[in-house]
Design a protein around this ligand. Structure first.
Ligand code: ATP
Length: 197
């Protein structure tokens, strides 16, 4: 199965673009961040996370994301250990999911792909970009959050200038209609490109 990663900074529109691939061309999409959250609710991961971060990591069996964030974001070693629990589980889950898909290729959507080396397990990577002020405004319109919180998340992601040279395709997602045309172009290229080139 041809695996195409799709990534981009917060508010770039990667989920919107991934959803469009699915709606327009029926391409299966694996939303890695959503799946990671779901996997963190399974017994196997819950036990490991409690061992790492303590009972307070779950409140009534639901992951207490604020508590977890407060622990790991000030301690990079803890974050690394948490990632060592979650990332392999997502990898296995994704592989199980991808082998049963029937499509010319699948998309793996993730906010962080280059930063953790996951791009190396993709055959191609699409990077979605937009100017930072546009991204911040989109997230402010979408979520109950603050500019400070958004900037904190941006600081944990790589800048586009670092990601662009590593991407096979870049969608500058400002005008959605232009992005959709670019999606068609990329889709056709992906259909035409064999895996070993
Ligand atoms: P996050 O990393 O926070 O999940 P994301 O990159 O997945 O963000 P989306 O959720 O797809 O981004 O988009 C952020 C917001 O911007 C959404 O409300 C979406 O509807 C809107 N949006 C996406 N693309 C465009 C566009 N080209 N023009 C206007 N609004 C857009």
């Amino acid at each position: 199965m041809k695996i195409v990663g799709i990534t981009g900074g917060i508010g770039s529109g990667k989920t919107t673009i991934a959803r469009y691939f699915n709606e327009r061309f029926d391409i299966p999409v694996y939303y890695a961040d959503t799946e990671a959250k779901a996997l963190m609710q399974t017994d196997a991961l819950r036990n490991q996370i409690i061992n790492l971060l303590g009972d307070k990591a779950y409140e009534n069996n639901i992951l207490d994301r604020k508590y977890v964030a407060s622990k790991v974001f000030k301690d990079s070693k803890l974050l690394e250990q948490l990632n060592k629990i979650v990332h392999p589980a997502v990898k296995v889950h994704f592989e199980e999911w991808s082998v049963v898909q029937e499509a010319p290729y699948v998309l793996k959507e993730a906010a962080i792909l280059f930063e953790n080396g996951t791009h190396t397990s993709c055959d191609f990577v699409i990077l979605v970009t937009a100017p930072e002020d546009v991204r911040i405004q989109r997230v402010l319109d979408r979520d109950h959050t603050s500019v400070k919180e958004i900037k904190n998340r941006i600081d944990k992601q790589w800048d586009d200038f670092k990601k662009i040279p590593l991407a096979d395709f870049v969608i500058e997602n400002i005008d959605l209609e232009i992005s959709k045309k670019k999606v068609l172009e990329i889709h056709l290229q992906l259909l035409a490109t064999p895996l070993n080139t």
